[in-house]
Design a binder for this molecule. Structure first.
Ligand code: ADE
Ligand code: ZN
Length: 335
């Protein structure tokens, strides 16, 4: 089964590039850029990855991102993730980056996006991995700061397919970003938002009705509102669910408590994703394996989850058809 899940053609729709910064690369870049780290060793850093909640993680995640300084650093970070995608038969990716985490440290917007884009272009030419980059606004910062970030992105709209909203959900509901999301959508950008991760089901409703997002990131708390679950299923609003993230951040006590398969059975278009794999102990295949081990996910369910990742991606019609064909070709003998 592990081999089947690794080889299963998949797309990843919820991955923060800054969250794919492995301790080894973090230390190497720290040395390269003479950034002092408050850890004596890679092992000590790994030991710090013991989180009680989302904010515990975010504090370390923003601290770790400080080693990213040059365009080459952003390229190296992105390329390391793409190598993992290649090894796990991931055909399409829609990664996130957090421009404000870098611009607030004096790193130009251009430095981050040019390094990331160069790696994404190479993924296409070298491995045939297609992609669409999503830039996220940090919701603990102001609306003005989000507008400023959107303005910085204007010369690079050919490199970005959409906007997202991440960081601390508690105390920062979607409504704060209504106007900046409206402007971004008017500019032709797609929209997603983290909602219903630590926050209530109402945040999912508000992300849909106020921000008018095309997809919900996490969304697991939607389960508290049966009417919302029915709406998500009926309107085919996909959720990008991140099982290992949810257990590591104590959204669920244990994988056996996770509701992803329950939502799948209720007709919600859920997908599996890794969120911040360097911090949560596993890339995409590991998340599928965790669902098999913790929830008894069947092969048929794994194939349906992979199918959702292609169908609800932002890839164009032709690319979707190509990937769905590949999925059918690889899995038709297993049914
Ligand atoms: N930024 C990176 N990972 C995140 C998560 N799981 N929730 C909110 N913001 C994030
Ligand atoms: Zn996330």
């Amino acid at each position: 089964m592990d081999q089947f899940l690794n080889d299963l053609p998949k797309a990843e729709l919820h991955l923060h590039l800054e969250g794919s910064l492995e301790p080894e690369l973090l230390f190497a870049l720290g040395e390269r850029n003479a950034v002092e780290l408050p850890y004596a060793s890679i092992e000590q850093l790994r030991e710090a990855y013991d989180f009680g909640n989302l904010q515990d993680f975010l504090d370390l995640y923003y601290q770790g991102a400080a080693v990213l300084q040059t365009e080459q650093d952003f390229y190296d970070l992105t390329w390391a993730y793409i190598e993992r995608c290649k090894a796990e038969n991931i055909l399409h990716i829609e990664p996130f980056f957090d421009p404000q985490t870098h611009t607030d440290r004096g790193i130009p917007f251009a430095t981050a996006i040019n390094g990331i884009s160069r790696a994404l272009e190479q993924a296409e030419t070298a491995y045939g991995i297609s992609s669409g980059l999503i830039m996220c606004f940090l919701r603990h910062l102001s609306e003005d700061a989000a507008f400023e970030t959107l303005q910085q992105a204007e010369p690079y709209l050919d490199k970005i397919i959409g906007i997202g909203l991440d960081s601390s959900e508690k105390g920062h509901p979607p409504a704060k970003f209504e106007r900046v999301f409206a402007k971004a959508r008017a500019m032709g950008l797609l929209a997603v938002a983290h909602a219903g991760e630590e926050g209530p089901a109402q945040n999912v409703i508000d992300a849909l009705d106020i921000l008018k997002v095309d997809r919900i990131d996490h969304g697991v708390r939607a389960i508290d509102d049966p009417e919302l679950i029915q709406r998500l299923a009926r309107e085919e609003i996909a959720l990008t669910v991140c099982p290992l993230s949810n257990t590591r951040l104590k959204v669920f006590d244990d994988m056996s408590q996770h509701n992803i398969l329950q939502m799948l059975e209720q007709g919600v278009k859920v997908t599996v994703n890794s969120d911040d794999p360097a911090y949560f102990g596993g890339y995409l295949t590991e998340n599928f394996i965790a669902l098999e081990k913790g929830l008894g996910m069947t092969r048929e369910q794994a194939v349906e989850l992979a199918r959702n990742s292609f169908e609800y991606s932002f890839a164009n019609k032709e690319r979707k058809a190509e990937m769905l064909f590949e999925l059918d070709r690889r899995t038709s003998s297993t049914r």
